[in-house]
Write a protein that binds this ligand. Structure first.
Ligand SMILES: [Zn+2]
Length: 448
């Protein structure tokens, strides 16, 4: 079956009646969202972020927050807002190069305005290239140090003649706001699952847009379901956005029980999971369980204090159970932070697989409960309850007998279903299905 999570417990659990999504369609829709957002010049603040949030809001009902420049957020200050209309360089022969309107990576992101004539030697101090990939444009930023600059292919740099150049950057760096989007979907429990993605990169697909697309479609899907947990979705500029949200929502953050930073989910690389700082949180166990059972060659990465916004969620003052599930990971693919992270690098097929994997993880979180065997003295007789047929073959219920026996044996109030799945080697959805059959036969009751 191409849509593998159609088999998962999430789809069959009571009370969860929304139809399973057609992942082919979701993959295509995610890609279309990426195409819509690709041309926009985003940064950590400014109208590009607002345009991005506006497009997301066409699909899901996010609230857009505007935090004024100068707001203190822990050790940081919300910076001035940056906007840009145009930028280019004119060569001594009159050729216009590094045109912002042709590719927004050409301008150093957060460049201050400039309009002057400079000699090649001075210009070169403001040019950024990638000699190891001479035809790609690098992505460079200068958020917290005022500077101006251009990014271009190394091939073009090497062809520049001596002489006088006109540089022009029509940007504005002035007091304004930091914008971010937020959506909260309440569930039965106040405990929250956080999905956080960054929205601050300009025309870059895997690092940035794929995370936005997956988070948006996940929210759209979950909004139609009956949920055990509450879900919070954040569309924020990297680093300063998560710091700002945490500073403004310190109490609310305590309700986050599980979380993932969503990025780099659109390329064809093997799945990677960077664990939370805690390392053995339920989210860590849930993601690794799903990857072990569904994704060959995945990479398990210990927490380190660099990368994306998990750095802030996992800072010691919060220490939230937030990991990051991606395909290629932060900085680990050649196209990272270059013009080659484009609409060819990400594909609907990969997006679809990532979406399915996220749903599988949510399925584990939603259904992972701890039970107590109501007949713990020797095995209950399963045959008379229609739960046991010949060894090795599924009983009429479609429940695996080994899964039943494991659930009965380990349901002592100490083991949740995920730990039973881990110890038995059975996939979680089989353990969950067995638990549900036993619960219906009154052989299990939820602990507590
Ligand atoms: Zn990045």
């Amino acid at each position: 079956m191409s849509c593998r999570f159609l088999n998962c417990g999430f789809m069959t659990s009571p009370g969860r009646t929304a139809a399973a999504p057609d992942t082919e369609v979701v993959g295509e829709n995610m890609y279309q969202l990426i195409k819509d957002l690709y041309p926009i010049c985003r940064s950590i603040t400014g109208n590009g972020v607002r345009a991005t949030l506006k497009r997301i809001a066409q699909q899901i009902p996010i609230t857009v927050h505007e935090v004024p420049s100068g707001t203190r957020v822990f050790d940081w200050v919300v910076p001035s807002e940056w906007n840009i209309d145009d930028a280019y360089v004119i060569t001594p022969t009159g050729e216009k190069i590094a045109e912002f309107k042709k590719h927004n990576l050409h301008v150093l992101n957060y460049s201050i305005p400039v309009h002057k004539k400079v000699l090649l030697g001075e210009l070169k101090q403001h040019l950024y290239t990638l000699p190891e990939h001479p035809d790609w444009i690098p992505y460079r930023t200068s958020y917290y140090k005022e500077n101006w600059g251009f990014c271009l292919s190394d091939t073009q740099l090497q062809s520049l003649p001596d002489g006088e150049y006109e540089v022009f950057i029509d940007s504005r760096l002035e007091p304004g706001h930091l914008s971010y989007g937020e959506l909260f979907i309440p569930g039965e429990s106040e405990t929250e699952v956080l999905f956080s993605c960054h929205i601050c990169h300009p025309s870059l697909c895997n690092d940035n847009l794929s995370g936005i697309a997956l988070t948006t479609h996940l929210a759209e899907y979950l909004a139609k379901r009956k949920l055990r947990y509450s879900y919070r979705f954040l569309f924020i500029p990297g680093t300063i956005g998560s710091i700002t949200w945490l500073a403004l929502n310190e109490q609310r953050a305590k309700k986050i029980g599980h979380g993932l930073v969503v990025t780099c989910v659109g390329d064809g690389g093997p799945f990677s999971y960077k664990k939370s700082r805690r390392g053995t949180a339920e989210i860590d166990r849930a993601v690794l369980h799903i990857l072990r059972h569904t994704r060959e060659g995945f990479r398990e990465i210990e927490f380190y204090p660099y990368g994306y916004d998990e750095r802030q969620y996992c800072s010691p003052g919060f220490n939230l159970a937030v990991g990051s599930l991606s395909r290629s990971s932060h900085g680990q693919f050649p196209e990272y932070h270059t013009s080659a992270d484009n609409l060819d690098l990400v594909q609907p097929q990969y997006l679809k697989e990532s979406f399915a994997t996220y749903l599988d993880v949510i399925d584990v979180l939603e259904n992972n409960r701890t039970y107590i065997n109501q007949n713990p003295k020797c095995e209950p007789q399963l045959g008379k309850r229609g739960l046991y047929s010949s060894i090795g073959a599924p009983a009429g219920s479609g429940v695996r007998e080994m899964a039943l026996l494991w659930v009965l044996n380990l349901s002592d109030g100490e083991h949740d279903l995920l730990s039973i799945a881990e110890r038995s080697g059975e996939p979680f959805h089989e353990i969950d299905k067995a638990a549900e059959a036993l619960r219906q036969s009154k052989l299990l009751e939820e602990a507590g």
